[in-house]
Each structure stands twice: as C-alpha cells, then as structure tokens.
Design a protein around this ligand. Structure first.
Ligand code: SAM
Ligand code: SF4
Length: 341
C-alpha cells in the first residue's frame, strides 16, 4: 500500500480517496456477483425468490472496470460475495482479473462451501488470498432446517477442500441465533480447537427476506463468549484493525474464535467498507436505504472520473452508524442475498 500521505487526509500520493463526513477512508469493497444461491438460509432468503435477469447483472468486465476505478481512489481489498458467488460460472477468472488490478492487495471470497471441492484449487491458483466459509450447524437436521437444504456434508467437504488447497487458517462463519447456535457453541469451539479454522459467530441481523427477525432471536456476543469461556477459557487478542470481528484465543493455545457483534456492539466507527450489488447499485452500508446506480453510469458512457465522483458523493453521505438499536430504524428493502453479505 502507498503509505505516503499528504497533509490532507482526503488524498494520498496516488490521488484522491473516498472519505466520509466522519473521516473514515474506504479501503474495502464487497462485490456481489449474483443474487442466486443453492441454499435458502432462513436468516437471509425466502424459499421463493425472484432473481435478477442475467442482462441486469454486471459483467466481469464491468466489475473489473469498477474495481480499477475504486483502486485508483485508495480501495485495497476486495471481497467477492453474493448470493452464493460460486454458482456464477467463471468466478476464478474474475478473481484473477481483480487480483491483477493495480493497487489491489487482497481478493477474498465468502461462500457456503458447497462448490469448493471443485473450485478451491482454481480459486487458489487464480490468486484468491482468503476464503470464508459459512457453516451454521454441525448437526444435519439443524443445518437443513436453517439452510432449507440438506447440505452439511457438502459444506464440510468444502471446508476440507479449502484447507487442502492451502486456505489456512480458514475462517468459518456461523450466524448466531437463539434456538440453534446456543446448543452447538461447544461443538463449534471444539472445531476451532481441532482444525486450522477460526470460527466466527455473527449476531443475527435484520436482513432476512421473510422479515421474521426479532431481537430475542439473537444469540449475543456476551452469551457466546461467556459460555465458551466457561468450558474452554478464552483471552482477547489485540489488534482488531478495521475487522468487524473481535478475536479471542483459547488460553491453552489451541486455536481462536471471533465474534461479530453487529447488533449488540456495532463497529461502525471502524468501518472502511462499501458494497456493490450484483446489478451495480452502490451501498455505503449494509443497512443503507439509498443507493447509487453505478450500472447506469457504466453502461451510459460515463468516464472513470465521473464514476469515481459518483462513488465519492455516495460515500460522503455515509451515516455515522446503523440504527438497529434505535426506535427509528428502517429495515432495508433488500434481503442479505440481494445486497451481498
Ligand atoms: N452465500 C455465501 C455465504 O453464505 O457465505 C455468501 C453470501 S452470505 C449473504 C454472506 C454472509 O452473510 C454469510 O456468512 C451469512 O451467514 C451472513 N448472513 C446472511 N444473512 C445474515 C443475517 N441476517 N444476519 C447475519 N449474518 C447473515
Ligand atoms: Fe445463500 Fe449465503 Fe444467503 Fe445462505 S447466507 S441463503 S448460503 S446467500
């Protein structure tokens, strides 16, 4: 990364940065490549969804151009997501293109793991730096109830394939929900102790397509840490940086867990992220209610500078933090799979 900053925080030697009213500089871009998925997780999708037609989805060339423009304004990290990114054909090719963009230091991807047995090696060879795999239960029936698909075996095989391909330590994400996750906290802790994986619990957020989210259904950071700590003593790991996860290691040195307390302890002050949806809508927050139509600019003949300025204006409007814990919280119209988690 170019560290040679000028005296004003809105520029670096490479040019202008995307910076919001509160001084947060955008370094990370989440790119959704599809709104489709081979699961129907209850906290994310509805059983019946209407998907975008192909013509509305950004092409790989359009994504690459947008990433190049963002990299020119200081974005350094890309995370490819969805929907399930690996159901879109040719994602390793996209990863290769993005990893080659000047200024991009890291391309990561979040997946449910089902297609990793075929794709872990091609992704590694394409230059993917990091991989996160979602796994909400180690029990087949609970898994099926949550994913609305019988996929535990495939996801576990996907985790093994990722480890064999060299994605180690691997981050495994579990949405922390009351009524399921709490029964398995110690099983997840053992997974983190026995395999080179860091299990990260994500508090359940109000982004489910069914609109069934209730505060009582969140398994909170406090409960997760207390219950695991009582069986396997934990200690905090310093150096969170801009990561949403708070890290804890087992005191006996056998592995690590993380907690993403998006609801009970939001980390908005550290947020350095923006997102672009599969159809090219730019969002400066998961919970944003306004978007900028980047696809219209990409397809409408806008030059790179005009697109960068549109992003800069969107970022400038970013709010200090989401309002999940406030009375005037407005749930975004889109579900998680349509935003890109
Ligand atoms: N399909 C991929 C997967 O499941 O990993 C990538 C997309 S998914 C939307 C990205 C992440 O968002 C996953 O880790 C998923 O568990 C998480 N997620 C989805 N809905 C959520 C919700 N309502 N609250 C918290 N996390 C959620
Ligand atoms: Fe699909 Fe991921 Fe959403 Fe589950 S969380 S339905 S795997 S996009």
């Amino acid at each position: 990364m170019n560290q040679e900053w000028t005296s004003t925080p809105t520029t670096c030697r490479g040019g202008k940065l995307f910076i919001d009213r509160f001084g947060r500089v955008v370094r990370s871009l989440r790119v959704s490549v599809t709104d489709r998925c081979n699961f129907r997780c209850v906290y994310c999708m509805a059983e019946e969804m209407i998907f975008l037609p192909r013509s509305e989805i950004l092409t790989f060339e359009e994504i690459e151009r947008f990433v190049r423009i963002a990299a020119g304004r200081g974005v350094r990290k890309i995370r490819v997501t969805g929907g399930e990114p690996l159901v879109r054909r040719g994602v390793p090719k996209l990863v290769q293109k993005l990893a080659a963009v000047k200024g991009i230091e890291e391309v990561a991807l979040t997946t449910n793991g089902v297609l990793l047995p075929q794709l872990a090696v091609p992704l590694r060879e394409a230059g993917l730096s990091r991989l996160n795999v979602s796994l909400d239960s180690l029990d087949r029936e609970t898994f099926e109830r949550l994913a609305r698909r019988d996929g535990l075996r495939q996801t576990l095989d996907g985790i093994d394939a990722a480890l064999e391909a060299g994605f180690s330590p691997l981050k495994v994400n579990a949405v922390a929900m009351r009524g399921s996750t709490e029964r398995e906290l110690l099983d997840f802790a053992r997974l983190a102790r026995e395999k080179p994986v860091i299990v990260r619990f994500i508090e359940f957020m109000p982004l489910d397509a069914d609109g069934a989210w209730k505060r009582e259904n969140i398994l909170t950071r406090r409960e997760i840490v207390e219950r695991i700590h009582a069986e396997y003593p934990l200690e905090p790991v310093e150096g969170r940086g801009s990561s949403p996860a708070e890290r804890f290691r087992f005191k006996d040195g056998k592995g690590e867990i993380g907690v993403i307390a998006s609801v009970t302890d939001p980390f908005c002050d550290l947020c350095d992220r923006i997102r672009i949806t599969a159809e090219g809508k730019l969002r400066n927050c998961l919970f944003a209610v306004e978007e900028t139509d980047i696809r219209a600019l990409l397809r409408g003949g806008a030059d790179d500078e005009q697109i960068a300025e549109a992003v800069a204006q969107n970022v400038a409007q970013k709010w200090r933090g989401h309002l999940i814990n406030h009375a005037d919280f407005v749930k975004p119209e889109r579900a998680m799979s349509q935003i890109g988690g």
